[in-house]
Structure formats: structure tokens, C-alpha cells
Write a protein that binds this ligand. Structure first.
Ligand code: ASP
Length: 330
């Protein structure tokens, strides 16, 4: 009898404790955010991914009523940051902006400690950024045709910067080399921000980078631009031909970005994050700053968790075979 009574008391106490826990959790989700949010960026400060992150961090923070602090977790082409986010507490205080490296890393690395499709909660797609094949300003070739001949004559004496395996600069650079049938000396950096600084200083010969920071340098002649990775010329630099029109048929790399949270982040918090993202991307100031760098805002249906998930899946299926076929992961 005594045993039965203490059992019942125990059950009642544990039901009450779980109810309290549920209501505390619900309360925490309802009140979220009560402190600043960390937005992790997988590349160095001053680079293109960092710039897109900082551009959305301010208006998103204003809508949510808390500061969004950008943290650069550099290295290994973004995979160190992805691992960190996959292991972070799913409480809405860690979010993550990554580009299409989220879809290519699996094919480039043998084993990753996270799965791009199951270790994160997609929040929404952010923007599509074109790339340009750049060179230091005093590299001798004047045209893309001359560059091809120069590369064939000099091979590994030529250096090409990138942001590490998993970075789009690396993917673009390796696809370029595989199309020309050459191997250059590839130099990894912690982001294309520092790589661009070295290109401007003449310490490295070539770099394939997003247009985010590069358009002013192309326009004032501080770097050479041999071709864009788009199938149409870019309005901001109409004199730069596409690589496709110069003989590299179908050479297209458009860098899309997505916003994520660690797996298990509660849906009410993801909904608030998505609403803040959509509002930020629709603000005239953000739209103008993106347009100035030829960055395209994605259609509304892609700015959603389902839109980003579907796009990520499609990109994994698209790039896996391309990377394997070009042997660029070797
Ligand atoms: N543009 C870089 C890349 O190649 C990353 C960055 O620094 O934003 O992936």
C-alpha cells in the first residue's frame, strides 16, 4: 500500500515536472529571442559570403529586436563551420549562412562529420551571385584566347587562389583547369577576401571570385577580368565576355546562398527567422546594394524552408556527378 502510494506520488511529480518543462520550452520559444543571435559565416571577414551575411544581419536583427553578431569560422572550404553549426544547440541562437559549398562538399571530401540534408534546418534561400575569372593586373595576356595560350605554355608556374576544398572559388578554378586540360598551382586561403587582397597586390596570378566585391576593381583596372561564369553578360560589367561565349561552352557557376539553423531548432523559431529574412531581402536598401553587385534576389518560393531544401537536394544531385566526372576531388 505504502509502495503504491509513493509510486502514485512519483508519477504525479514526474508528470508535473514534464508539464513544467514543456511549458518552459514553449515559453522560451514564444519569448525568443531574448539575447543576441550568432550568425556563423564559413569564410574570412571581408569576403563575399561575409558581405552577404552582414548585409542581412542588420535588418534581420532589427525585425527580431536583437543584435545578430556575425562570427567567421574559417577554414577547410567551409566544412569547419558546417561541423560547428551541426553540433550547436538548436535553440535559435546559432544560425548559419553558407553558399553552394553546402551542396558540393560531400563530393569533394571522403567523409564529413555532418550531412548537409539532415544536420540542419533550412530557413530560406538568400541570393544568387555570379563569378568572374580574374587575374592580377600585370598578367601578360590581354584576351581570354591569349590567356589559354599563356596557361598552356606556363602550366604549374601559374598560381590560382581559392578558399579551400568546398569553396566555390576552388570548384570554379578546378572546373576551369579541367576544361583546359591543365594543372596550375592552386593556393588555398581562408576566404576569397584575403585571396583578392593578394591578387590586388600581385602575389597570386588568378582567382575565380564572386562579383560581390570585385566589380569596382574590374572597373578601375586594379584587376583583369577574362570572363564571367554566367551564360549572359552582366549588366554591371557589359564589356567582360562570358567564358561560354569564348569557347568554354556551358561554363556556368552561380553561387546561391542559404540560411540554416542546427537540426532540431523549434519550428516557431524557424518561422520567425524566415519572416525576418524575407523582410530583410525585400527592403529597398538591401535590394539596391545587392543589385549594385549584380547579385540576384531569389524568387519568393525559394526564400522558404521547403524552397531551400529542394534547391539543396537538386544542387547535390547536379554537382556530385560533375565533380566526380572532372576528377577535381583527386
Ligand atoms: N568566395 C569564397 C568561395 O570561394 C568564399 C568567401 O570568401 O566568401 O567559396
Amino acid at each position: 500500500m505504502k509502495f503504491k502510494k509513493s509510486l502514485i506520488t512519483g508519477i504525479v511529480a514526474s508528470v508535473a515536472a514534464s508539464a513544467l518543462l514543456i511549458s518552459n520550452t514553449a515559453m522560451a520559444q514564444k519569448d525568443w529571442p531574448t539575447k543576441s543571435i550568432t550568425l556563423i559565416v564559413p569564410f574570412a571577414a571581408g569576403g563575399p559570403t561575409d558581405s552577404v551575411a552582414r548585409l542581412i544581419a542588420v535588418p534581420m536583427g532589427q525585425s527580431l529586436g536583437q543584435t545578430i553578431v556575425v562570427e567567421n569560422v574559417n577554414g577547410a572550404g567551409g566544412t569547419i563551420a558546417s561541423t560547428k553549426v551541426a553540433r550547436a544547440a538548436p535553440d535559435g541562437y546559432t544560425i548559419y549562412l553558407h553558399h553552394m559549398g553546402m551542396a558540393t562538399a560531400n563530393a569533394l571530401y571522403d567523409k564529413l562529420p555532418y550531412d548537409p540534408l539532415t544536420s540542419f534546418e533550412p530557413i530560406g534561400q538568400v541570393a544568387d551571385v555570379p563569378m568572374v575569372l580574374l587575374a592580377k593586373k600585370d598578367l601578360p595576356p590581354k584576351t581570354f584566347k591569349e590567356l589559354e595560350a599563356y596557361i598552356k605554355a606556363n602550366g604549374a608556374k601559374i598560381t590560382m587562389a581559392n578558399a579551400g576544398p568546398g569553396a566555390v572559388s576552388q570548384l570554379c578554378g578546378l572546373l576551369f583547369q579541367s576544361r583546359l586540360g591543365v594543372k596550375l598551382t592552386n593556393v588555398p586561403y581562408k576566404g576569397t577576401g584575403p585571396a583578392l587582397t593578394d591578387l590586388l597586390g600581385g602575389q597570386v596570378d588568378l582567382l575565380c571570385d564572386q562579383t560581390t566585391q570585385t566589380i569596382p576593381y574590374i572597373k578601375d583596372g586594379s584587376v583583369k577580368a577574362y570572363g564571367t561564369t554566367t551564360l549572359k553578360r552582366l549588366p554591371a560589367i557589359p564589356n567582360v565576355p562570358t567564358l561560354d561565349e569564348q569557347g568554354l561552352k556551358g561554363f556556368e557557376v552561380k553561387v546561391w546562398h542559404g540560411l540554416y539553423a542546427p537540426k532540431g531548432t523549434p519550428k516557431p523559431i524557424l518561422d520567425k527567422l524566415n519572416a525576418a529574412l524575407v523582410k530583410a531581402l525585400n527592403s529597398p536598401d538591401v535590394q539596391k546594394r545587392l543589385a549594385d553587385s549584380n547579385i540576384d534576389i531569389v524568387p519568393a518560393q525559394k526564400m522558404t524552408p521547403a524552397g531551400l531544401k529542394a534547391h539543396l537536394e537538386a544542387e547535390i544531385n547536379k554537382w556530385g556527378p560533375v565533380i566526380r566526372k572532372s576528377n577535381i576531388a583527386d
